[in-house]
Write a protein that binds this ligand. Sequence first.
Ligand SMILES: Cc1ncc(C[n+]2csc(CCOP(=O)(O)OP(=O)(O)O)c2C)c(N)n1
Length: 331
Amino acid sequence: MERLVPTATQRLWMYETMAKIRLYEARIAEAYMEGKRPLFNMAKGPLPGEMHLCDGQEPCAVGLSVHLGAEDYLSCHHRSHAQAIAKGVDLRRMTAEIFGRSAGLSGGRGGHMHLFDFDKLFWTSGIIGQNMAPAAGAALARKLNGEAGIAVACIGEGAVNQGAFHEVMNLAAVWKLPFLCIIEDNGWAVSVPKHASTAVPENHVRAAAYGMSGEYVAGNDPDRVFEAVGRAVARARAGEGPSLIEIQTTRLQGHFMGDTEGYLPPDERAAKAALDPLPRYRERLVSEGLLSADLEATIDTRIRRELDDAFEFALAAPEPEGAAALETLFA
Ligand SMILES: Cc1ncc(C[n+]2csc(CCOP(=O)(O)OP(=O)(O)O)c2C)c(N)n1
């Protein structure tokens, strides 16, 4: 099989984007916990409701988005801050959206689980598997209109058991759509382990049932994700149809903030920190001479400035007026 190797610029972009995502999530976590200590109450604080962080899953987002351009659609799930950042969604408006402010991507209506940025052709849904069909529809539109651009749907391994997954995979293959389904296999759907919800240990074998190419990417490694996704994107752009890629990853924290992960076996709990992909990638780039202490400091400063700016913008933005609830409705 053809080897695809990311350039130094692509690898540094993947590292910087992973670092940005990680710091972004840390700031969201800090804001989320405001008002929720000492007694955790999901309704309290500036970010009421559920919050699903993606620490540990960054390689899936960066190894994918490094191949996507402005003409490509990306449709994601409930744990999607990483993909939004990697696809270049406006960080100010995304942060305002998460804080429910009027300056947010959807005027504060969607919140963290329903991000929508039409300029970046990016959206998410909190309904599991729901993002599959709209992404395939976008791919169909690209094909029918003879336009450049592909569509990608990211789902969790738990979402594979939804009917929507199977129907979309079937039609995407029949119609040879420029479509990719990326499964982020973190091993858990809330508290349900993968083996309890499917008898198929690696979902890439399902691809054969639909007549498309499938691949499992082990190791939670941005370079390996880059390679597998790069091949699939090239096939989609060449009119060779859809692909299914499952990426082994890990969620370093609970399903949502406040989840104490009582369901995790003790050995898995103890092993978690060692599975963090960010320090591993950093060390690799340092050992290969791509990343120096100076460059790391420059990157860190650049990220912190951008995050300061985004959070200041979001927190200074007003909350929506009550009457705004009646806008953009159709019925
Ligand atoms: C249709 C539907 N059923 C149930 C839920 C509740 N729910 C939210 S996340 C989740 C588990 C998702 O697991 P997975 O797809 O593996 O993604 P992960 O959370 O592991 O990233 C469930 C059942 C939902 N949001 N939508």
